[in-house]
Design a protein around this ligand. Structure first.
Ligand code: HEM
Length: 218
């Protein structure tokens, strides 16, 4: 079992499952953020409720951290393995130019996504940690300060980063389908649509939120 987990295919499966779990988190995260459209009171009550069950939230956050670490560590190890295999060991490199240009860019788009996440947690998660249960959280969503969504350059950074997240997720879903050999089957249309919800609709939802803040709808 242990040996399988750290084999190339085992690591691919670890990357796929952790990526899928993070995508499911993103769906719930979008739902939470959409509450902003229903007004400040609802949004504030929701965040305040989440703060009142902070022990459960902490456990979920640790789970999320584990998911991110599993994804990132396995992605780095797999990339290093591929690079080593390319060092003249085989006549056909493990990551041939024809295979997919995207798979090479995955580590780069993934790194930018990780930087975005660190930035996002620093300004939003950390700020919310330090606010009391009855603070005006809604106000912080459009505050005109570096790191927050009322700040023009921060909005642009978010839009670019979320677009890259979409591309990263798209390629992630497509490679899982390839690994499982289901890209040509009839079922693939349903699966492709589900994948599209995750890589297309959910990131678009986040971008619409940023634009709504920019144009004053929120
Ligand atoms: C319009 C875009 C987004 C907004 C307005 C937003 C808002 C927030 C806020 C307010 C928090 C703090 C929640 C709290 O501590 O109670 C938070 C946390 C978090 N966000 Fe976002 N977020 C956005 C996009 C994203 C994206 C694209 C990702 C993933 C790449 C992400 C990942 C996270 C994570 C991992 C946390 C910490 C977990 C948590 O406490 O819920 N967010 N976000």
């Amino acid at each position: 079992m242990f040996k399988f987990l750290f084999s190339t295919i085992g690591q691919k499966i670890q990357i796929a499952i952790s990526g899928l779990l993070f995508s499911i988190f993103l769906m719930f995260h979008l739902f939470n953020n959409l509450v902003m459209y229903t007004g400040a009171d609802n949004f504030n009550s929701m965040v305040s409720f989440l703060k009142s069950i902070h022990i459960i939230i902490r456990i979920l956050e640790f789970g999320l951290l584990a998911i991110i670490l599993i994804h990132v560590v396995n992605a780095i190890i797999t990339t290093i393995k591929n690079r080593k295999a390319n060092n003249g060991k085989y006549a056909v490199p493990a990551n041939p130019p024809t295979a997919s240009l995207n798979s090479k860019t995955m580590i780069w788009s993934g790194s930018i996504v990780l930087l975005f996440l660190i930035f996002h947690l620093r300004y939003y998660w950390y700020t919310f940690q330090n606010l009391s249960k009855d603070a005006n959280f809604y106000e912080y969503m459009s505050i005109k300060k570096f790191g927050f969504l009322g700040h023009g350059p921060t909005q642009i950074f978010y839009i670019i980063a979320i677009f890259l997240i979409a591309m990263h997720l798209r390629h992630g879903f497509m490679s899982v389908f390839k690994t499982l050999g289901i890209s040509q089957s009839i079922r693939s249309n349903i699966l492709k649509f589900i994948a599209f919800i995750f890589w297309g609709i959910i990131p678009a939802g986040f971008i619409i939120i940023v634009l709504s803040i920019r144009w004053g709808f929120i």
